[in-house]
Design a protein around this ligand. Structure first.
Ligand code: EPS
Length: 362
């Protein structure tokens, strides 16, 4: 299967299926000397993992990272870093019925049409299980960005169905299993998901991700724009159907006088652009937002066809997420961090001698 790699100077290749023996990734291009231990992967992997709260899939994966290469005596060596995570809790019998049919709204059908063969166990390669190793790779990128540039990448759940945050507080985000920025609303979210689960349906979500501390200059015209690469990377996350950078689609109804970010010697006075102008970072926070669809693996019967070419009704049982957006925050952070690290290295390679240029306002 082609196109399992992304990035230019920092490349990440992922491999593995949801119910295979393991999933993993190879990170190539990470500079030598970055201190990294298996322990450091735990936090973000736990944030993304299934079975850690009552509101997500109840598959209980250990999600333990094994570093197979590229790290010696706790430091990256500059050679490919291979990370392996063994699948410890697949339950392939849940997929007995799906093997004969296609879930409406799922990649079951398109994989079949493309390859003429599929691994239906847990959705095989199309499973959100693959995002585990993106998050693991993102741990390396987040650390490198923090150590070398003081960049911090963080996200939050910005909408679940019709529910949007009433208030915003970064310190609330990590205190609840939804990554929700307003603590007082968490009981309402819990109630909403419990009812949704009972109804057998699923719901969509929005996740926002922000990188603070990105210096001006990252991103390349014309085909290597930072926003273009970010959009591609975020769109590659399972279930993502929309990506916005900065104000995104709100720009449609704005006037130029409103959208432009005016400049003063104290900095920009707003950030409608999402920290990117002409595909290059401006020094403002880089902001992106993703729309995640409601998952197709639901208990509400839906019309489909089977392999014998007959009409059937499909009901998907098993351990599924009523809202994949709940676990998507660390995945979006990882993809943003990986794109930023790739562009940091690309900027350093071509323009490392340029240095800060006056006036620098952000
Ligand atoms: C998924 C279906 C479920 C989730 C899985 C993603 O897998 P299974 O049916 O095998 O229990 O648990 O998510 C993960 C395993 C994970 O680590 O994110 C799907 O259809 O995408």
């Amino acid at each position: 299967m082609a196109s399992n790699s992304f990035g230019k100077l920092l490349t990440v290749t992922t491999f593995g299926e949801s119910h295979g023996p393991a999933i993993g990734c190879v990170i190539d291009g990470c500079p030598p000397g970055l201190v990294i231990t298996t322990e450091e992967f735990r936090h973000d992997l736990e944030r993304r993992a299934t079975g850690r709260s009552r509101y997500t899939s109840q598959r209980h994966e250990a999600d333990e990272v094994e570093i197979l290469s590229g790290v010696y005596e706790g430091k990256t060596t500059g050679t490919p870093i291979t990370l392996l995570i063994r699948n410890t809790d697949p339950r392939s019998k849940d997929y007995g019925e799906i093997m004969q049919t296609f879930r409406p709204g799922h990649a079951d059908y398109t994989y079949w049409q493309k390859y003429g063969i599929r691994d239906p166990r847990g959705g095989g390669r199309s499973s959100a299980r693959e995002t585990t190793v993106r998050v693991a790779a993102g741990v390396v990128a987040k650390k490198w960005l923090a150590v070398h540039y003081g960049v911090q990448v963080r996200g939050y759940l910005a909408q679940m169905g019709v529910i949007a945050p009433d208030a915003f507080d970064w310190s609330a985000v990590e205190q609840n299993p939804f990554f929700w920025p307003h603590a007082a609303q968490v009981p309402a979210l819990e109630d909403y998901i419990k009812k949704l689960r009972k109804s057998g349906d699923s719901v969509g979500a929005r996740v926002n991700v922000v990188a603070d501390g990105v210096p001006p200059g990252w991103g390349e015209p014309i085909y290597g724009k930072l926003d273009g690469d970010l959009a591609g990377a975020l769109m590659s996350i399972n279930a993502v159907k929309g990506v916005e950078i900065g104000d995104g689609f709100s720009a449609v109804t704005q006037h130029g006088s409103e959208h432009r970010d005016e400049m003063s010697l104290d900095g920009f006075t707003s950030n409608h652009a999402g920290g990117i102008l002409g595909g290059i970072s401006s020094g403002q926070p880089v902001t992106a937002s993703i729309a995640l669809k409601p998952t197709s693996s639901i208990l509400i019967p839906g019309h489909s066809v089977n392999l014998a070419g007959e009409p059937v009704d499909v009901v998907t049982k098993g351990r599924h997420d009523p809202c994949v957006g709940i676990r998507a925050t660390p995945i979006a952070e990882a993809m943003m961090a990986l794109v930023l690290m790739d562009h940091a290295l690309r900027h350093r390679a071509q323009c490392g001698d340029v240095g800060p240029v006056a006036p620098r306002i952000a």
